[in-house]
Design a binder for this molecule. Structure first.
Ligand code: KG4
Ligand code: ZN
Length: 348
């Protein structure tokens, strides 16, 4: 089944053509440079940039697909159009949805509405053109999503069947790193810069910031208190000391965020007895976090699966196309005329 998928949920304009789990063509236009100077994503600028780029990104993807299949009209081979309808920025989502509607009507294709978080959950199972890596589903999994917009622990029971075990009550883990980065004068987005600085001091945890929510017995997260403690910590510090200890501060903050993720993931493993972990979202681009999660599951003799290619950690349409394939198997199509954005779309 060949699906053209679109995701414009935040600051990446992304389009893919997938066949079942295989990505045949894909293209991502990142708006990071546009939002960088504002220190975060500005919805109206995101909308405009999506509008300006979406046709080009679609054309680019279709032409890659057409070349791969060696046909004249790639659209003829496409069975359905999939689009992210939420969660995400309403103004941004709208651009992808309008375009998906247009294509669906023009080329007479069925349409599938996809939840963005489901995309991140499926991202470890996305394959390249040649069907690699070959990973077989062995449900149930404990699915962890750690991104700029979401931090969730999900019991992934079967295809498209979930139970949310815990989620952040305020900021997401990536958002916490981004806000810390801003306070430290390191710019936006912050995750990758903090990773780099922290690695230069061997991920040392010099300042032991408080571990958020570790005392609570549930599986929810909260990162806004941690942000506040960094704020007061920096307020008390002399500028010169801040600069001299930038790496140690960045590393300590990263440790606090990752510890919270680890502690709750371990709780979820104990609570459910499930030792097969899948992880998706931009924050899992972080090699240190990957190593911590590997160590955690191996102490339970479990396994962990990460997105196999780096573009699959951040926002991308390929993961949306793969979810849509499983939805199509269950005949979960929508009416083109009535699909609409769902900025607060929840998994269950
Ligand atoms: O999945 P994503 O691209 O977008 C959302 O759906 O939110 O995630 C973006 C987030 C940002 O907060 C960014 O700082 C974080 O992922 N991130 C990282 C790294 N690369 C990106 N966090 C930690 N380490 C990284 N190497
Ligand atoms: Zn995302």
């Amino acid at each position: 089944m060949i699906i053209l998928s679109i995701d414009t949920s935040c600051d990446e304009t992304s389009v893919a053509v997938t066949e079942n789990r295989r990505v045949l063509a894909q293209s991502i236009y990142s708006q990071i440079l546009i939002h960088k100077k504002w220190g975060g994503v500005v919805p109206s600028l995101a909308k405009r940039a999506h509008e300006e780029r979406i046709d080009l990104v679609i054309e680019d993807t279709i032409s890659k697909f057409t070349a791969y299949k060696n046909v004249k009209n790639g659209y003829k081979l496409i069975d359905a159009v999939a689009v992210t309808v939420g969660p995400g920025l309403a103004m941004a989502l709208e651009v992808g949805i309008q375009k998906a509607k247009e294509i669906s009507l023009k080329h007479n294709k069925k349409i599938i509405e996809v939840n963005h978080i489901e995309g991140h959950i499926y991202s470890p199972f996305v394959e390249n053109r040649n069907g690699n890596p070959k990973r077989v589903f062995t449900f149930p999994y404990l699915a962890l999503v750690v991104s700029g917009g979401h931090t969730e622990l999900v019991l992934w029971k079967d295809h498209l069947r979930y139970e949310i075990l815990g989620r952040t009550l305020d900021d997401a883990s990536g958002e916490a790193l981004d806000k810390a980065s801003k306070m430290l004068g390191l710019g936006y987005p912050g995750g990758a810069v903090i990773e780099q600085l922290a690695s230069q001091v061997h991920n040392e945890d010099m300042y032991r910031f408080p571990r958020p929510m570790i005392k609570s017995n549930d599986l929810n997260f909260s990162f806004s208190g941690l942000k506040t403690s960094l704020y007061y910590f920096l307020n008390k510090m002399k500028e010169k000391d801040k600069l001299n200890h930038l790496k140690e501060i960045a590393s300590s903050f990263q440790n606090a965020v990752f510890d919270a993720i680890l502690i709750k993931t371990e709780k979820a493993i104990k609570q459910t007895g499930i030792t097969k972990l899948t992880v998706g979202g931009g924050v899992v681009a972080n090699k240190y976090l990957r190593s911590l999660l590997r160590n955690l599951v191996s102490s339970y003799k479990g396994t962990v699966l990460f997105p196999p290619y780096s573009y699959l950690t951040g926002d991308n349409a390929a993961m949306i196309g793969v979810v849509a394939y499983y939805m199509a198997i269950e005949n979960k199509y929508s009416f083109t005329e009535t699909i609409d954005r769902k900025p607060r779309f929840s998994l269950s």
